[in-house]
Design a protein around this ligand. Structure first.
Ligand SMILES: C[S@@+](CC[C@H](N)C(=O)[O-])C[C@H]1O[C@@H](n2cnc3c(N)ncnc32)[C@H](O)[C@@H]1O
Length: 279
């Protein structure tokens, strides 16, 4: 299936914030209930250890995505403490971010003003992560995000739970039903979330449409490798592969990179990333 650069509704400035936040709230609950990113923990832990990062800058965080669950996993890892996670987004979902700060006992923090993943301030230092968001960016912008991480010698981890496969699109068709089930459990409680789910079902619809569009524009492992090959001055160790996801049949495509000077598996050094066999 060829990659198609369409637009998602929730990324449009005209999308009502209650609908956008309601959609990213649902994605949070799905990520956490489904432990979607559980199997990327060893990879991410290894990269964080190599870079000795004490801070993660999560880009395109929505309501926090999987970090509430992941941060506690790293806390129990010992060697990485103290690891601070900074949530950022072009349209910050403040209520969800505030809830994440509280629940994580301030291991998670957030930037309340818009942060554009394509134009990061120089002072935002830390290992960068993007969960189910890199597909938003067309190839030139996507490569610029990778280039910026390399220029600033910051580690980067990109994780996608969508893919350009018919099965993924079928899973997205289930999202409205999943939204109807999870919305009553989303905290903090919002009357508007119930309105936009059960009276005017914009949230289920946006999740379904944006989910399908996300699938159609998700980069494959070989396309990620091509993007990385075009990055200048790239003496990074890159690891691209797919891991299973506990409940989703799609799995997670990951791309992790960090400066080779920091050590690690030197077989993978250079402009050409190591692409693990798809499992
Ligand atoms: C599908 S959501 C993913 C949210 C979260 N990472 C997760 O896994 O649940 C994509 C997010 O990317 C954000 N976004 C889109 N374009 C962006 C940009 N240029 N810079 C920062 N965030 C952006 C949207 O506002 C939205 O919250």
């Amino acid at each position: 299936m060829p990659r198609v650069q369409l637009w998602e509704i929730h990324e449009q400035p005209w999308c009502p914030p209650a609908v956008r936040d309601g959609a990213t709230d649902c994605l949070n609950v799905i990520a956490i209930w489904g432990r979607q990113y559980a199997y990327i923990v060893p990879k991410l832990r290894y990269a964080l250890q190599q870079t000795q990062a004490r801070r993660v800058i999560d880009l395109c965080s929505g309501g926090g995505g999987p970090w509430l669950q992941l941060a506690s996993r790293f806390q129990s890892g010992g060697e990485l403490e103290p690891l601070e996670v900074l949530l950022t987004d072009l349209y910050p979902n403040l209520a969800a971010m505030q809830a994440a700060v509280k629940q994580s006992h301030e291991q998670i923090r957030y930037i309340a003003t818009p942060v554009d993943a394509t134009h990061l301030d120089a002072e935002l230092e830390g290992f960068r992560t993007l969960f189910t968001a890199f597909h938003h960016f067309p190839p030139t912008v996507a490569r610029a995000i990778l280039q910026d991480a390399v220029n600033r010698q910051q580690g980067i981890g990109i994780f996608e739970q969508t893919s350009r496969k018919p099965l993924s699109i079928l899973v997205m068709l289930l999202l409205p039903l999943i939204a109807l089930i999870v919305v009553p459990f989303v905290r903090p409680f919002r009357l508007s979330r119930l309105f936009w789910t059960y009276l005017l079902p914009a949230i289920p619809l946006v999740l379904c449409i944006d989910g399908i569009v996300s699938c159609l524009r998700t980069y494959s492992a070989s396309e990620m490798a091509e993007l990385i090959a075009g990055v200048q001055g790239n003496s990074y160790i890159w690891d691209i592969g797919r891991v299973r996801s506990p409940l989703s049949p799609i799995g997670i495509l990951y791309t992790i990179g960090y400066p080779a000077a920091l050590g690690g598996d030197t077989d993978a050094v250079g402009t050409w990333p190591r692409v693990e066999a798809m499992k």
